[in-house]
Ligand binder design. Structure first.
Ligand SMILES: [Zn+2]
Length: 455
């Protein structure tokens, strides 16, 4: 272990140039050997689902202190190292979904849209988490979606379709590495898939010695170093604007690390799952709130790596969602300050309006805005419409207020940013492909040990 720390501190500018400059990948083996000079003890992979470059720029503007002349840097600015292409296997064209992208990030293999840990022939491909577990590291995930959703699923399961949540949940228990489930720690949502009429997977985990936590408070009580399955919602966690914890991802990440730390090191997958969902909904209020949840997580991880310099953190997105634009309609203006005081998500406000006699005033209060009589009249005019209409009206209202634009309710094919810090981060510098991220992690893991995973 000491050896690794020494190595991490000996990265010369020559080796940085070497690492950044050339990529040699073995055929039929997704291991990038060029990284093998300063392998980290622990690896934390963070995926911000849907976070294209417009989201990080928007977030910087969103938290900007308007009383100062400069636009302050945010936590992402100091850790940017490059850019990744995101396209799926050719059969699915240029625009990826989260499943193909997660399979690429997890296993280094391009696949078709919808694929969970399988290649274009639907053959299983193993992930960096399988590999880490095989090397005797502890493994875990902390996400804000249901834990069987595309991104975490691709690190553990093999399925021809992301929609087969129950089968994917079965894989979480049934796929064994060295006789144990792939992940030692699983935090997120999804009791629906683990406690079913046909099978109680939760009971199986508990029977095998996993602690079960069903609330954030219970999770804090689990003794350090435990195997844990923490499911805090039937499906996904609430939007962060509606959650009891406004730092829920940072909290879950912290808790996961507490259980994973050990002498052999750990691999942890963290996902800010709901940036994407805000993008699909074209909901700028939730987009910025989910970004803030992620930013707090990265701030925690910056501190963690300061104290544990033998840890690597890599952050990227799987794709961009919604075609978010900062400014719209030919107007050179973006006014994110109107989003600062929201105390519920647009969806929850839309729901709540119906139970409220003064529904326009209720919406204004939850939005944290003092509205003109015209604005109140507009909200009043939709108050007796159905929930979807009210939801759309609130989102459009915020788009007009902030001058936010959207071009799609789906994904876009733009490259995404890559951020990395800690031991071995130089391996990720430059223009790379999403599959390179897995290949480099495989390379760093291989450097940790010559022993092969039992799969
Ligand atoms: Zn999506």
């Amino acid at each position: 272990m000491v050896k690794k720390v020494v190595r991490a501190s000996l990265v010369s500018s020559a080796s940085i140039a070497l690492l950044a400059g050339c990529t040699v990948t073995e055929p039929n083996n997704n291991i990038d050997k060029t990284v093998a000079t300063n392998a980290p003890k622990n690896i934390i992979m963070v995926v911000a689902d849907g976070m294209g470059p417009a989201y990080t720029t928007a977030y910087r503007n969103f938290v900007d202190d308007k009383n100062t002349p400069e636009i302050e840097k945010v936590v992402f600015d100091d850790i940017l190292v490059g850019n990744a292409s995101t396209h799926p296997a050719h059969v699915s064209g240029y625009v990826t979904d989260s499943a193909a992208a997660a399979t690429a990030l997890a296993s280094g293999t391009k696949s078709y849209n919808g694929a969970i840990g399988v290649d274009v022939e639907m053959e299983p491909v193993n992930s960096v988490m399988h590999y880490a577990k095989g090397l005797g590291m502890r493994t875990g995930l902390a996400v804000t979606s249901q834990i069987v959703h595309a991104t975490p699923a691709s690190y553990i399961a093999h399925n021809e379709s992301r929609k087969n949540y129950n089968d994917i949940a079965n894989d979480f228990y049934d796929i064994k590495v060295n006789g144990e489930p792939v992940a030692d720690v699983m935090l997120g949502g999804g009791t629906t898939y683990f406690k079913r009429e046909d099978r109680d997977i939760l009971a199986q985990f508990i029977n095998d010695g996993y602690h079960y936590a069903d609330s954030y408070e219970n999770l804090a009580d689990v003794p350090k170093g435990s195997n844990v399955i923490g499911l805090f919602a039937p499906v996904a966690l609430p939007a962060v604007l509606d959650d009891v914890r406004k730092d829920r991802l940072a909290y879950l990440t912290k808790q996961a690390v507490r259980h994973l730390e050990n002498d052999n090191g750990f691999f942890l997958l963290v996902e800010a799952s709901q940036v994407d969902w805000a993008g699909h909904a074209n909901d700028i209020g939730s987009a910025m709130a989910e970004m803030h949840d992620l930013a707090q997580t990265i701030e925690y991880l910056r501190g963690y790596v300061e104290d544990n310099p033998d840890t690597l953190v890599v952050l990227t997105a799987d794709h961009s969602t919604g075609g978010l634009t900062i400014g719209a309609g030919g107007d050179y203006r973006w006014s994110p300050e109107h989003l600062h005081k929201m105390s519920a998500s647009a969806r929850t406000i839309a729901k709540g309006m119906v139970d409220n006699e003064m529904s326009a005033e209720y919406a204004a209060e939850k939005l944290g805005l003092s509205l003109t009589s015209d604005e109140l009249a507009m909200l009043d005019s939709v108050s007796d419409q159905d929930e979807e209409t009210r939801y759309s009206a609130i989102k459009s209202f915020l788009d007009v207020k902030t001058n936010t634009g959207w071009t799609t309710s789906g994904h876009t094919g733009v490259d995404v940013e890559v951020f990395a810090f800690g031991a071995g981060y130089t391996s990720f510098i430059g223009q790379i492909d999403n599959t390179d991220i897995a290949k480099k992690i495989f390379g760093l893991l291989e450097e940790k040990s010559v022993s092969k995973p039992v799969l």
